[in-house]
Design a protein around this ligand. Structure first.
Ligand SMILES: *Cc1c(COP(=O)(O)O)cnc(C)c1O
Length: 477
């Protein structure tokens, strides 16, 4: 921006005044996007999203897009909820901010803490608020180590996570995560965090049943515990279903076996529910579907449907009791822990999810419908296999189909067929995310069966376009 640009011109444009090119110019001149190749984006120009309603978005050119990713796995209640906006507006007028540091509290934070205790599995009666999932996981790293200090075992510092996990992008969050590309930048992981393999049956389960593979993959935890020394291990952390890693749905045998191993060695079990929490899998929390009882839960995203940033940690009885009864000061917190406006947004959002029975609808109606639709997509020549869990799903684009996921032939990674497919989707009014050549969705929980049909129809059309292009490039006969 040149110094003589009038400050008054830098207001949010109204629908009559969008100048897409001007916005793109300002965008590439000043806005460094997260997880983005800035030079490549400058070539293309960013798409300007201007409005949302229900499961639909509109861009500055007037194109209507069905949002198969609920923003970034977070807009669970859908766009355009006036009652959330009203709740935030009222709270901002009443009390826009006050901290919870110095023996003070505020009404929305107290009320939300009580509501979360009511919704969560019964071992959770306490909550620590943050503003994001990354901060929630940073809090967990400090909290589990503080717990073991207080429990008289300060040598229990090691936290075990999984490769291809996503736990956020702060130093601790990215270290807990198992993304090689993130570890390659900035000297990660930080000390005291190690990783085991992920429970990805398609990737590692050749020659065995899903149930057998689930036990095998959980067994990697026990191996790592024995290798490190059980008296050195503080906690194990995992997402019930890995989201950013590509909707990796573990076999049913996996989590109960993880629980058994954590119990056997007295290790804290942490569920990162930033995606799976608040109904995504058809239960309020993913651990309920997967059949395990964590000691700590990280949450964010869906708690406010993304209307205002909020995250936190649900603290189970074992840790809460020790922290409260023996802990004295816990030297950790954020300016915006328990932000009144964010908590007001969460309260109204959770009220919507409850009164519209969105969790139950995912379990009984929309989830099964999405499953049937994705199963049907496997007949497409480009689709090797597809999996769904609740309202999240993934399908693999393959060069040659096989009898099972293990017999498909993948495209060379350099072809980036997933990115090609994603572009066709984006150009044709549907948002799907590409993780390598795995295409994934996680639409708003408010989506109807009719809207799922529309989304899947558009996906099918874009798979056709992708197939044509792949054949034209000679990558497939
Ligand atoms: C998105 C995500 C995070 C990080 O949350 P932010 O709000 O982006 O910091 C952590 N864990 C999981 C499982 C996530 O999907």
């Amino acid at each position: 921006m040149t110094t003589n640009t009038p400050i008054a011109s830098l207001r949010i444009a109204t629908p009559e005044t969008y100048d897409t090119e001007a916005l793109q110019r300002l965008d590439s001149a000043h806005y460094l996007h997260p997880f983005t190749d800035h030079a490549a984006l400058r070539e293309r120009g960013a798409r300007v999203i201007v409005r949302g309603e229900g499961v639909y978005l509109w861009d500055s050119e007037g194109n209507k897009i069905i949002d198969g990713m609920a923003g970034l796995w977070c807009v669970n209640a859908g766009y355009g909820r006036a009652s959330i906006a009203d709740a935030v507006h009222a709270q901002l007028l009443q009390l826009p901010f006050y901290n919870s540091f110095f023996n003070t509290t505020n009404v929305p934070a107290v009320t939300l803490a009580a509501l979360l205790a009511r919704l969560a599995p019964s071992q959770f009666q306490h909550v620590f608020f943050t503003s994001s999932g990354s901060e929630a996981n940073d809090t967990i790293v400090r909290m589990v180590r503080r717990y073991w200090q207080l429990a008289g075992k300060p040598e229990r510092e090691l936290i075990i996570s999984r490769r291809n996990a996503y736990h956020g992008s702060t130093m601790a969050g990215a270290s807990l995560g198992g993304m090689a590309g993130m570890h390659a930048q900035g000297g990660l992981p930080i000390p005291g965090i190690v990783h085991i393999g992920q429970p990805n049956y398609a990737e590692g389960g050749r020659g065995m049943s899903e149930a057998e593979f689930g036990l095998l993959a959980a067994g990697w935890l026990e191996e790592k515990i024995l290798e490190a020394g059980p008296d050195k291990v503080a906690a194990f952390i995992g997402e019930p279903v890995q989201g950013a890693g590509g909707v990796v749905i573990p076999p049913a045998t996996y989590w109960p076996e993880i629980q058994r191993i954590c119990d056997k060695y007295d290790i804290l079990l942490v569920s990162d529910e930033v995606i799976c929490g608040f109904g995504r899998l058809g239960t309020w929390f993913g651990c309920e579907l997967m059949g395990f009882q964590p000691d700590l839960i990280a949450f964010a995203k869906g708690v406010t449907s993304g209307y205002v940033p909020l995250g936190g940690v649900l603290v189970g009885g074992r840790v809460a009791h020790t922290l409260i009864e023996q802990g004295g000061d816990f030297n950790h917190g954020f300016t915006y822990s328990g932000h009144p406006a964010a908590c007001a947004a969460a309260l109204e959002n959770l009220r919507i999810i409850d009164t519209e029975r969105l969790v139950e609808r995912v379990a009984l109606e929309t989830g099964p419908h999405l499953k049937a639709c994705f199963a049907a997509l496997v007949s497409h020549p480009l689709v090797g296999h597809a999996e769904t869990c609740g309202l999240t799903a993934g399908l693999n684009l393959v060069r040659r189909k096989g009898a099972s996921a293990h017999d498909c032939e993948a495209f060379p990674a350099t072809h980036a067929v997933g990115m090609l497919c994603r572009k066709h989707m984006f150009d044709n009014g549907v948002i799907m995310r590409a993780v390598g050549d795995r295409m994934i969705v996680a639409p708003p929980l408010s989506i109807t069966k009719v809207e799922i049909d529309e989304m899947v129809e558009r996906i099918g059309y874009c798979l056709d376009l992708t197939l044509e292009e792949v054949v034209r490039r000679g990558w497939m006969d």
